[in-house]
Design a binder for this molecule. Structure first.
Ligand SMILES: Nc1ncnc2c1ncn2[C@@H]1O[C@H](COP(=O)(O)OP(=O)(O)OP(=O)(O)O)[C@@H](O)[C@H]1O
Ligand SMILES: [Mg+2]
Length: 295
């Protein structure tokens, strides 16, 4: 897929969210969902505290399957914190406490009966900085299937399918036994995507997956996201407005408000189709952020 790209980062400098969408839609009309998200994952009254500090509160979101949802907002508003709740990654952070409810297909993810390893197999994660293990390319991809006890007839096939799915196969097929550290940053990030999809998840969480990459590597990952969304549900945190507008069908805008004790508490301001958020948001704070007057 060839697309001309707007390679600026950060908020739209000319202050026109509408123009940004128009510019992008010349190359690909944004898909505007015509129904409410089906809620493969839902949050109700979700909040997270670190010790006594309530970092983010009252988050109600419904994520639609095989859609891309972008989480945007200024630094510190709780995007990564919320994302980590969606596959219980916050369990690993000392002092983090999750309030409210997060459901996966209607099941409370935080119920003590939930097998967290299996949950994270179904809801994978790709981080900001590519973090391949110090192992071969092959072993990076085979890692998830091995630790989650998958017993495929052919691990070679699983590895190839995942690398093809991450648009990396052609670049690495002759050096599968080489250490992953030898790959470029963009290749390493696609390897991390291959590692995430090797366990056949349903949902992929991505926290600023392109922020450490150059524009060409970023373009490759964005194209890949379009492909992946045919099969997977994707939830992506991004600081890049153009990226949110280009890749997502729905967008959630967060901000942080200062309470009377001077604490900055993250909150969800608005959740809607990306088209609506960028062209005609309901809340003036969303508009101020999108148009570059705040953030
Ligand atoms: N492990 C932690 N321990 C204590 N406080 C934390 C921890 N992680 C995040 N916080 C606090 O929670 C709030 C939200 O942080 P979070 O990283 O979720 O924001 P963010 O929106 O992802 O920001 P950025 O855009 O800079 O990545 C911040 O005030 C942050 O300092
Ligand atoms: Mg973050």
């Amino acid at each position: 897929m060839t697309r001309t790209r707007v390679e600026q980062t950060g908020v739209n400098p000319d202050g026109q969210g509408r123009r940004l969408l128009d510019e992008i839609s010349q190359h690909k009309a944004p898909e505007i969902p015509d129904s409410e998200p089906d809620g493969v994952i839902t949050t109700r009254g979700l909040g997270v505290s670190y010790g006594d500090f309530l970092a983010v509160g009252e988050v109600d979101l419904d994520f639609g399957s095989k859609e891309i949802t972008a989480l945007i907002g200024p630094s510190g508003c709780g995007k990564s914190t919320v994302l980590r709740c969606l596959n219980r990654m916050n369990d690993l952070i000392p002092g983090a406490k999750v309030h409210g409810r997060v459901s996966y297909h209607g099941v409370d993810m935080y119920d003590s009966a939930v097998d967290v390893i299996e949950l994270r197999r179904r809801i994978g994660m790709v981080f900001q900085k590519p973090n391949p293990f110090p192992k071969s390319i092959y072993d990076n991809v085979a890692y998830g299937p091995r630790v989650t006890g998958m017993k495929p007839a052919s691990m070679d096939e699983v590895v190839e399918r995942a690398l093809r799915g991450a648009a990396l196969w052609d670049e690495v097929k002759d050096k599968l036994k080489q250490n992953a550290a030898g790959l470029s940053g963009g290749q390493q990030q696609r390897l991390c995507i291959a590692r995430a999809i090797a366990t056949q998840p349903e949902v992929i969480l991505m926290d600023e997956p392109c922020s450490a990459l150059d524009p060409i590597a970023t373009a490759k990952i964005e194209d890949l996201m379009d492909e992946l969304a045919q099969t997977y549900t994707i939830i992506i945190v991004t600081h890049n407005m153009q990226q949110a507008a280009r890749v997502s069908q729905r967008t959630a805008f967060f901000t942080a408000e200062v309470d009377d004790r001077g604490n900055r508490i993250g909150q969800l301001v608005e959740f809607n189709t990306t088209e609506r958020i960028f062209s005609n948001p309901d809340d003036p704070r969303t508009e101020a952020y999108i148009t570059g007057r705040f953030g």
